[in-house]
Design a protein. Structure first.
Lengths: 368, 368, 368
């Protein structure tokens, strides 16, 4: 790591210095662990306070945080930039010597089928496998053990991390990144019970993944039964997510860790599914829907709704119900007391010759 | 894809034409996406309506759907068959040129231990690994990166997809299919706390998987501690399922995505566990039990029961309770109003010299 | 398997014979499946009863179980030892011929980068991959398909099972065991929405795993954003667990199957997370906390607490609430009856010229 001055850093990120620009900076680290000689950053109002106890030598701040930062840490040299996180990443990469150059080539310990079409500038590492008629686009990388089976199409500048598997006929757009252990195109879970045995429905569809999708580690995305399972442009999927056969995932979705979508679901654009959510088969979820963690969605969800709970319901109702549930012991006690008091009233009423049974009101009116 | 006529299709599937048999058919696609030139199929009453808006050129229908289909789409040529889904798969395979021939052989980039026994007609792809004394049955396939460790026994006509791992001594019956990334025979989660450290209990059992089992992608099935973890004949397991050590899974179970069974559970035959179900260790589940999605089973379940919820209870009760929970805010309001009215009654009663306290009934009787 | 006498077994495990020491023993099996010729063991009072129906020829028992065992099975020869489970494992290993010798070497079908540093006495199996500048400590094993990417550090006596993946810069302490399919160091799930697209925050941190950690199969542990994701000494992680970026897991934790921890969580020492638990991002969990299965933790948890439920609450409260929920239909009925009775009372009161509306108490007092 090469040391530099705050002035040089300001010029790298096109920022404005507030305070002493001659201070020497050796590394860029987040505010929780930054020490003397480090530059840190404040991207969010909520963490500005953390600067107070932080022994960093300087901080990258946004235009609207400057005043706040100066109140909290008046002597700390600052570099004011439009986007402190971006600037921090740039400075960190600079101080740490940049990314190592990417190895390019087809390693002799890889396997490429004779009929496969391989683009330019690819990196195909040892033990990667490319099947018959598969296509690997320009600039794409297959890390060790990545398996691209027959008739797959991998677009440009894709990254398949180690031990990813694409079953036959899977297609990826451009700039798709798939993390290790993820399996795309495995058979959907479709059987019919015939004479006491589960007979498999052949899963002869495909998977189509659009541009700029990123998929985490150890996910599974099943191929369609007769059509394609699809993931829309720009959607991001976390680890250990299961997407069943025939799902149609929209654009720019955020699907968090351990979510499971059963078969034939459909999501709109900008949908967010938080961690461990489950979605019943054949469910349609509208645009911009947000589903809270661990929710169980078993019905179609109109656009814009926010749901929570299992079974899922609108978040406001669900929160109210969670409150009610927490108060159940108290409510139970109240009901017990009411029942006891009412029993007493009924006895008293009976002694007075008055019935409180609601069905006998006519009789009662006569007697009263 | 080769085009053909409806008459030829009818003869392939042994069906009966209703309407114009000369119409030309180029592909077979499901009713949601079928277009002109396609033949589609109706396997289920519920989707018959979809025919109305479907521009397909023909449809495969079952005996009891014919009348319905003719009402919905009176001009659509039909082929009547016993099993429309089976017929559809057959026609689709025919039109699409059939399945590609299976490659057979042991690829030089695979690794086979000298002591391994390899059957006839196997396909062992590049980077597949077969350990010492392992046996691979006739007709079985190991896709790239599949690892079969020492002393494993793989039956006939099994398929181990890419990057499957079988730890030492795992045994598979015949016609077992295991999807990519699944791990069978890993150590169970067994420790004892000794002097502040978790000391591992050696996991020296095995895994035995019976005939005709299919296991999805990225599952884990742990080996037994001292005995065998077993999966019964014909059971089907979806993706990302965890089966802990010493489990005894019955025959013809359906275990859906992301289900987790802790250690030493036992299931009967024809059990269904829906998505994301969790089962506590040492739980016994009877025959034909159905557990709803996301349920948490923490007690033995008698045969034939259907459970739902976490903690799980009989589905009818649970549904009633879900209704009750949804009405909690309303009930809470009612209780508040009752409490207020009762307070008022108590004040009035006290003014009249009458106590409503249930413990004082004797006194009250005297005063009344 | 070599047969032996109970006397010889007693001398192997340094135990004391009670009964006939000449009985012949061929195998060691757990009490549920032990038969004639087997020795079994009783480690736990709860299973002592199982001896009654067990046809085993002998049993290993602890000092305090001897009396009990003699009551239950008075004729069964016993070997009394301090730790019956340990003794059982020793006897079993002896009778089954011991563990096979470990193969040592670097297989020519493996790939080792020229700049990697490989210790002594390692086992690097076919298709294992060791990247640039990676270090493999003495005595460590890489099973087939294990991938150790650039700049990783693997300590001494580690075991990476088949198809494990360590991304760049992951570091493991000594005696770390990682089961098949687990991915360590994959990118965290961090994006910012910019002009309608999710833009990735570069994940440039690392993962640091301390000594004596064991990690199950098909887990994912993401690298930190700018710092390190850490797992403390002696912690044990079951299968299919997801640990998000920046997590700081304490020492001697037990994290059960399918648990998910979102980003930037922190756990103390001796924490237990049962199966399928979910933890919200940025949650801090104190020492010795126990979280019950399927719970959803969305708040910091003080040391020593036991939580259950989703949303999680203290176990005692939650159990009480589960009881209340189960009684909801009954309570609902009670409230209905109370409402009806109160309606009747209100009518009667109105007929008597008395209002029960609590707001009108002054007026009422005047009229009474």
């Amino acid at each position: 790591m090469a040391s530099t001055t705050l002035e040089q850093i300001a010029s790298i990120v096109n920022g404005r210095i507030v305070g002493n620009g001659t201070v020497s900076i050796a590394d860029a680290r987040p505010v929780e662990i930054a020490g003397p000689g480090d530059i840190t950053f404040i991207a969010d109002d909520r963490v500005a306070r953390a600067l107070r106890a932080c022994p960093a030598s300087a901080a990258l701040v946004g235009p609207h945080f400057r005043t706040r930062a100066q109140v909290i840490a008046p002597d700390l040299p600052l570099v004011e930039v439009e986007d402190p996180l971006d600037a921090f990443v740039k400075v960190r990469t600079h101080l740490r010597g940049g990314e190592p150059p990417r190895w390019v080539g087809i390693h002799p310990k890889a396997y490429i089928a004779a009929t496969a079409k391989i683009g330019r500038n690819v990196a195909i590492h040892p033990f990667a496998y490319v099947g018959e008629y598969a296509e690997i686009g320009d600039g794409s990388t297959l890390f060790p053990g990545a398996v691209v089976q027959s008739h797959c199409v991998v677009g440009k500048d894709c990254v398949l991390h180690a031990n990813v598997v694409l079953y036959d006929e899977t297609s990826l757009g451009d700039r798709v990144e798939v993390h290790s252990g993820t399996v795309i195109g495995s058979d959907g879970f479709g059987y019919r019970l015939k004479e006491g045995r589960h007979v498999k429905i052949p899963q002869t569809g495909t998977v189509e993944i659009a541009d700029d999708v990123e998929i985490g580690a150890n996910c599974t995305i099943d191929r369609g039964t007769f059509e394609a399972t699809t993931i829309g442009e720009g959607s991001k999927i976390d680890n250990l997510v299961m997407i069943g056969h025939n799902n149609q995932i929209g654009q720019h979705n955020m699907i968090c860790g351990q979510v499971g979508l059963a078969g034939s679901c459909k999501t709109g654009d900008y949908v967010v599914l938080a961690g461990q959510v489950g979605v019943k088969d054949h469910t349609e979820i509208g645009d911009k829907v947000i589903i809270g963690a661990q929710a169980g969605v078993h019905r179609n969800v109109p656009s814009g709704q926010q749901l929570l709970g299992s079974p899922a319901m609108p978040i406001r109702e669900q929160r109210r119900i969670f409150q009610m549930i927490a108060r159940l012991p108290e409510m139970h006690q109240q009901v017990r007391e009411l029942v006891a008091a009412m029993e007493r009233i009924k006895i008293l009423a009976a002694q007075a010759g008055v019935s409180l049974a609601p069905m006998e009101s006519n009789t009662l009116e006569e007697t009263s």
